[in-house]
Design a protein around this ligand. Structure first.
Ligand SMILES: [Zn+2]
Length: 197
């Protein structure tokens, strides 16, 4: 069995199961596919995963996930899935907001507007210079997805050491000041008050 077959046939269903188990935090009924591709299929081989909202897909880099298995860091795979699925959620909430759909949205309007603007002008990461990394990681939707996944992992797995969850240095301040926001969001989700969609 090749790596490609192993991850796509054996590992992918497990990751979909993880997503479905925590669906109350992003309320997506149609998550679609998680699949695996070789590093050479990505714009940069440093990219661990990418999501495609229109196709409802999350694509993982096989080289990256192999490294996590080798280092016994499978929890970082879940951490990254939670980050990627948050981008789906952000898009969905912004659409509801723009279309004035009759749904109750948790996020304050200023946040939704910043996400909307960011989606219209999203900066992709193309290199690894200090400035490029800063511009990329400081985007509102990246800060939010980073903080969401960081606090959700701790919420779901209280024994996890927060230091083992990688955080870009540009997100540290946002993470510190936003703890309460995410924790109350998780409480609402846990109580199964379906505010969204
Ligand atoms: Zn992201």
């Amino acid at each position: 069995m090749t790596d490609y077959q192993f991850f796509n046939e054996k590992v992918s269903p497990l990751l979909v199961k993880w997503l479905n188990e925590e669906i109350r935090f992003y309320l997506f009924a149609d998550i679609g596919q998680i699949y695996f591709a070789y590093a050479s299929d990505f714009a940069s081989k440093e990219i661990a995963a990418q999501c495609n909202y229109e196709r409802r897909e999350i694509v993982f880099n096989i080289a990256w996930i192999k490294e996590r298995f080798k280092k016994n860091e499978v929890f970082l795979v879940k951490y990254l899935i939670m980050h990627e699925i948050r981008h789906f959620y952000q898009r969905r909430v912004v659409e509801s907001f723009k279309n004035r759909e009759n749904v109750r949205i948790y996020e304050p309007q200023a946040m939704l507007l910043s996400w909307q603007k960011n989606f219209e002008k999203y900066i992709d990461i193309t290199g690894s210079s200090e400035l490029e990394e800063k511009n990329y990681f400081s985007q509102p939707i990246e800060l939010d997805a980073t903080a969401f996944a960081y606090y959700l992992m701790q919420h779901l797995h209280p024994n996890i050491n927060p230091r083992s969850l990688y955080v870009p240095k540009y997100a540290v301040d946002y993470i510190k000041k936003s703890r309460g926001f995410y924790q109350s969001f998780f409480q609402v989700a846990d109580q199964n008050k379906r505010y969204y969609f």
